[in-house]
Write a protein that binds this ligand. Structure first.
Ligand code: ATP
Length: 445
């Protein structure tokens, strides 16, 4: 709590994104009126729409439209033995060092020198620090009541493997997907929502026959990489990085990270790992439950191998936000040049699809707007704005990435039509109000 919340400038476009995120209701510092809580962030009205769209796009592609996938929502608190078996109690730790002079704390594997990178002071020896948050279940705060806040959603999937396979009569290969909160007591959180102590993950465990693991690993790497591009991230800002042999966990057969070109350097958005049968073996040994799969055709019992695409909803949302940010030079009413800030979100990612704007605050125009808002908001998320000049209102909508502005003007009273203004081209079309709901549905496909 006593940590210093002030962050250094993040560089490039990111400082502008951080400021826009706060100014326009995407992301606020948690508990800000009390001075904030380090590394904790609240998604505001536009942020929650944006992040929900990211999660929806992930769920749609990876669960809803696939016969071989199903969903899960496991509890955050799990039996403590889960974390013993998975290795998190003994191994989920980072080396921590402190500066003896300025008392700044660092992750040992983040610094390559023997002195403090901030002040050149002497550093302490590295100590191992377990990243799991602990709490107590029930009224007695003793060792037998310790439970952990899950540091990943994956273990909820592994311990439910048999339940899902049996209840859903699933045949290999099949996957289980989950979106949910995870908690890590990171030593050095920061870079806005990139590294926080409470965050949301979007994870898949894809179970398959051992001899098919390599094929499925290649498939998932390609599919997950394509997902970011399909939803609007520029290809040149993404890259794949294969883990070096010495970076791989001892049980992992292969691992590739999807990285984004953040202003502070290429950083992980998602990791795809081929984990063998490590997790199911650990839980089978620890729980003494038989977690084997029975292949009826081959009359064979075995533990499936698993491919794990593991993404962060907050990191993905941050990358979508940063990648959409643009400043364009456009002429203003007086023929001079203006800078228009615009978020070029893809349709399905944009938090607001339609803004309804009356040209003036005359009651008869506002009544028409109210009716349009009532109809169109049943189809998609809408906004209504009647403050300021129409030019300023268009700019405000551009700045949050609204796809279409629908303007009701005095002509509307005669022709029962409205002007549609497109975010990216700024082109305008006239359309009859009766046709508007169908037009919106068609254009959002
Ligand atoms: P890093 O090396 O950045 O700490 P990691 O390799 O430990 O990440 P994983 O355990 O593979 O991360 O978690 C999968 C995904 O969860 C990451 O790719 C990231 O998108 C997200 N994630 C992990 N830790 C955090 C965090 N502290 N804050 C926000 N997102 C996170």
């Amino acid at each position: 709590m006593a940590e210093n919340k002030a962050e250094k400038p993040l560089g490039g476009v990111m400082d502008k994104v951080v400021s826009l995120a706060k100014r326009r209701g995407f992301i606020f510092q948690s508990s800000e009126i009390y001075g904030g809580l380090n590394s904790c962030w609240d998604y505001g009205p536009l942020g929650v729409l944006l992040k929900n769209n990211v999660k929806k796009a992930w769920w749609f592609e990876n669960v809803q439209t696939r016969l071989d996938m199903c969903g899960l929502d496991a509890a955050i608190l799990m039996h403590p033995q889960v974390w013993q078996a998975s290795g998190h109690v003994n191994c989920f730790q980072d080396p921590m060092v402190d500066c003896k002079v300025c008392h700044k704390r660092f992750r040992g594997d983040d610094i390559n020198s023997t002195v403090c990178p901030e002040c050149g002071g002497e550093l302490t020896e590295a100590r191992q620090f377990n990243l799991m948050f602990k709490t107590f279940m029930g009224p007695v705060e003793d060792a037998s009541a310790v439970v952990y806040m899950r540091p990943e959603t994956a273990q909820g999937i592994f311990v439910n493997f048999k339940n899902v396979a049996t209840s859903m009569r699933k045949k290999l290969p099949f996957g289980i997907a989950q979106i949910g909160k995870s908690f890590r007591n990171e030593i050095t959180p920061g870079k806005f929502t990139f590294r926080t102590r409470e965050f949301e993950q979007m994870e898949i465990e894809y179970f398959c026959r051992p001899e098919e693991a390599e094929k499925h690993f290649d498939y998932w790497v390609e599919s997950r990489f394509a997902w970011y591009i399909k939803h609007g991230i520029k290809k040149e800002n993404l890259r794949l990085r294969a883990h070096e042999k010495d970076e791989l966990a001892h049980y992992a057969k292969a691992c590739k990270d999807i990285e984004y070109a953040f202003p502070w350097g290429w950083s992980e958005l998602e990791g795809i790992a081929s984990r063998g049968d490590y997790d199911l073996t650990c839980h089978q040994n620890s729980s003494k439950e038989n977690l084997q799969y029975f292949d009826e055709e081959k009359n064979e019992h075995f533990l499936p191998h698993v491919i794990e695409p593991s993404a962060g909803a907050d990191r993905a949302t941050l990358a979508f936000l940063a990648d959409a940010y643009d400043e364009e030079e456009v002429p203003n009413d007086k023929g001079k040049k203006d800078v228009r800030v615009v978020l070029h979100f893809a349709k399905e990612i944009a938090p607001i699809k339609v803004a309804v704007l009356p040209l003036s605050k005359k009651q008869n125009l506002m009544d028409i707007c109210e009716k349009i808002y009532a109809d169109v908001s049943k189809i998609c998320s809408c906004d209504y704005d009647d403050r300021g000049s129409i030019g300023k209102r268009y700019r405000r909508q551009d700045e949050v990435g609204t796809l279409y502005c629908v303007t009701v003007d005095f002509e509307t009273l005669n022709d029962n039509a409205v002007t549609i203004r497109y975010r990216d081209s700024m082109k305008q079309d006239r359309i009859s109000i009766d046709k508007l709901p169908t037009w919106v549905s068609e254009n959002l496909k």
